[in-house]
Design a protein around this ligand. Structure first.
Ligand code: GLC
Length: 471
């Protein structure tokens, strides 16, 4: 089968979050099991662009509303990611340093989608499946079916994977002329609640809809930022498929970022060395347990409770505890964390920003990973933590619920810590549990590490699952 993934992100080309990780891995595994999977994404100004060789495969021009624009499609020459990678270059619109966050993001991503379809329309043969990811590519199923200019694409199957339904790409109806000439009778398929809603449109128009975990799909029926009824109505074509992780990129035995590599047999010594190194770098005392948070500092991840958790945690455990935060997001929160670091710097350090290498080192060094997320469609960090023998402490939601079993689980299968509320007091009481084990029952933690590292969350399973849905 030939599958074209269309996405705003793809690791290592450009990544803002987990979406990038998924699109950077899934196609590779689909190719390995005998299919042809390709990725098409915008050409941003990223390091990857400048450090690799490209060939021009197509040049074209089309309209966004009444504005004519030219675009080019380039392909990475060496297939180094394990799949064909195509970048769409639209001068002045896509070629920027960041993936998102510009005032004209609507124009940028609508133009991208139109350029992709204009290009696909010119292909001699047709792929079997167009696989869209999140709202940035959400208008594609509608346009393929109902825009007069793309009729040659109308019979290709489409699927949308929802990595996060909080963001829907809303645009006012005054921008409807951006969408190439379409069947007026189908206008309702673009609308939700009075505006053009690309994510809602994709849910209505795609042949299949998937979410990145089964529990998240269930939750969306009750809480989907306004789309609850739509999910309920379309549930027959919706499936929850848990993401995998790229076991080659995330392997403590071969990870070149680590100061000391280890496997399940050598985990204790290996983690200790990594921890010592990180503690030295961040001025923390390695004899105390290390709790980390890695992620965007935003409401969805419940990041605003972190200062409270850290401040109270240090006080209540009388300084016999370490916290480290790696992330960026709301400016006020970044400032608050830096202020806190100035006060309790012996026990807490933060790195404001994005740093892939440091993330790898932290998973290896930490004892516990905190994920109090309010919303977590899948969550990859807890799976990285498992692979590196770091105990995940997660809220009972979405993909976290599907991937972590509490240590207290009666069958003795557990290895993580689960709490119910995205509130400081609940996280703190889980930290109390964790501290008890760390100091008094280290055997429990050692056992958990072995169990965690034996779990297989690789892409193989999920890659097959997607293929059966395409079929
Ligand atoms: C989004 C979600 C996250 C998920 C990721 C990859 O970033 O917030 O939970 O793991 O997409 O699907």
């Amino acid at each position: 089968m030939e599958i074209i993934h269309i996405s705003a992100e793809c690791y290592p080309v450009a990544k803002a979050g987990g979406l990038g990780d998924v699109v950077g891995a899934l196609p590779k595994y689909q190719n390995r099991i005998g299919h042809i999977a390709k990725v098409v994404m915008p050409m941003y100004r990223t390091k990857f662009l400048y450090n690799n060789d490209w060939e021009l495969v197509h040049e074209g021009g089309t309209y966004l509303g009444s504005n004519w624009f030219r675009y080019a499609v380039i392909k990475e020459k060496s297939n180094k990611l394990g799949f064909d990678l195509y970048l769409v270059d639209i001068n002045g619109l896509l070629d920027r340093e960041q993936v998102y966050g510009y005032d004209d993001d609507t124009e940028r991503f609508v133009s991208f989608q139109i350029a992709v379809l204009d290009w696909l329309n010119s292909w001699q043969h047709k792929p079997d499946v167009i696989h869209c990811h999140d709202h940035h590519t959400g208008l594609i199923p509608f346009m393929m079916k109902y825009c007069y200019g793309y009729q040659s694409l109308a019979t290709i199957r489409t699927i949308i994977t929802i990595h996060n339904a909080q963001y829907q790409g809303w645009m006012g109806w005054e921008k409807s002329h951006y969408i190439p000439w379409y069947d007026d009778w189908k206008t309702g398929l673009l609308d939700w609640g009075g505006s053009i809603n690309p994510l809602a449109s994709a849910i209505k128009c795609a042949d299949r809809v998937t979410t990145v975990s089964p529990s998240y799909l269930e939750e969306l029926m009750n809480s989907a930022n306004g789309l609850e009824n739509l999910f309920e109505f379309e549930r027959g074509k919706c499936f929850g498929i848990l993401n995998g992780i790229d076991n080659e990129v995330w392997d403590p035995e071969t990870d070149t970022y680590l100061v000391s590599n280890y496997n399940a047999e050598t985990v204790e010594a290996g983690k200790e060395e990594n921890k010592e190194h990180i503690c030295r770098q961040f001025n923390l005392d390695p004899q105390w347990p290390l709790f980390i948070f890695i992620g965007r500092l935003v409401g969805e991840k419940a990041a605003e409770i972190l200062p409270d958790v850290i401040g109270n945690g240090v006080e209540r455990h009388e300084g016999r505890i370490n916290f480290l935060v790696l992330g960026s997001g709301h400016k006020h929160l970044e400032a608050e964390l830096l202020r806190l670091e100035a006060i309790v710097g012996k026990n807490f350090s933060c790195y404001i920003g994005y740093n892939e290498e440091l993330a790898h080192r932290l998973y290896a060094a930490a004892d516990f990973l905190l994920m109090p997320s309010l919303v977590e469609p899948c969550g990859l960090n807890q799976m990285y933590a498992l692979r590196y023998g770091t105990v995940p402490m997660v809220r009972n939601t979405g993909g976290l619920r599907d991937t972590v079993i509490d240590i207290a689980n009666v069958d003795g299968k557990g290895y993580g810590l689960i709490f119910n509320h995205a509130e400081a007091w609940d996280v703190l009481s889980s930290i109390d549990r964790a501290m008890g084990w760390y100091f008094e029952q280290p055997g429990i933690l050692d056992g958990a590490r072995k169990k965690m590292m034996a779990i297989d969350n690789s892409w193989e399973n999920s890659a097959h699952h997607y293929i059966s849905i395409y079929q």
